[in-house]
Design a protein around this ligand. Structure first.
Ligand code: GTP
Ligand code: MG
Length: 191
């Protein structure tokens, strides 16, 4: 992409957002689904957003300035069972607040695991997105882990399971960079 990428800040609470005019595109999804990895893949950088095989890596809202044009936002994951309820509540509150009140938010990449049925929380997010004005796509990721025949099956099933048009879903892999162009196309269309 050739853009300059700069980490701006981490917000641990609702008063920690940066004060700027850039349009923001956020990445949301279950803990460990691959949000941070997808951001890195889309940017073509290895280590912009921190990733980990242990769920719960991203604990704050992380803002990245992309070429002084727009901002990508890495959200903490939801649904990670192993953190204490108090911490879960605080993450959820932070995510909720960001999604509801952030004026700069122009688009959302909602990520699900291409291999599995969407979780209850995934469906809550998606149903909420359908009811708001926020532009979104659903990135079904980790497709590199699917055998071709299962990939074909999932592609058939997912639109109905999610209740969305086929073209709302982008199939991605941070490993082999599947879907990079489509995610970039979405970002371009909303910023
Ligand atoms: P939290 O910040 O903890 O909520 O996780 P996250 O959603 O940011 O996930 P992260 O990007 O840290 O990735 C979690 C794990 O999944 C890491 O071990 C990644 O290497 C792996 N991973 C992410 N995307 C892919 C993918 O497309 N294919 C494969 N094979 N592994 C992936
Ligand atoms: Mg993360």
């Amino acid at each position: 992409m050739g853009n300059k990428v700069d980490f701006i800040t981490s917000a641990f609470s609702t008063d920690g957002y940066p004060n700027h005019q850039f349009p923001e595109v956020a990445f949301s999804g279950r803990s460990n689904v691959g949000k941070s990895s997808l951001i890195n893949m889309v940017l073509g950088r290895k280590k912009v957003a921190r990733t980990s095989s242990t769920p719960g890596r991203t604990r704050s809202i992380n803002f990245f300035n992309i070429g002084d044009r727009y901002c990508l936002v890495d959200l903490p994951g939801y649904g990670y069972a192993k953190v204490p309820q108090k911490i879960k509540d605080s993450w959820n509150e932070l995510i909720d607040h960001y999604l509801h009140y952030r004026k700069n938010l122009k688009g959302l990449v909602q990520i699900i695991d291409a291999r599995h049925k969407p979780s209850e929380e995934d469906m809550m997010m998606i149903d909420w997105l359908k009811a708001t004005d926020i532009e979104y796509i659903i990135a079904a990721t980790k497709v590199d882990k699917l055998k071709n025949k299962d990939f074909v099956k999932q592609k058939k099933k997912l639109p109905e399971l999610l209740g969305v048009e086929t073209d709302k879903i982008v199939y991605t892999s941070a490993k082999d960079r599947t879907g990079r162009k489509q995610v970039l196309g979405f970002i371009d269309s909303v910023i």
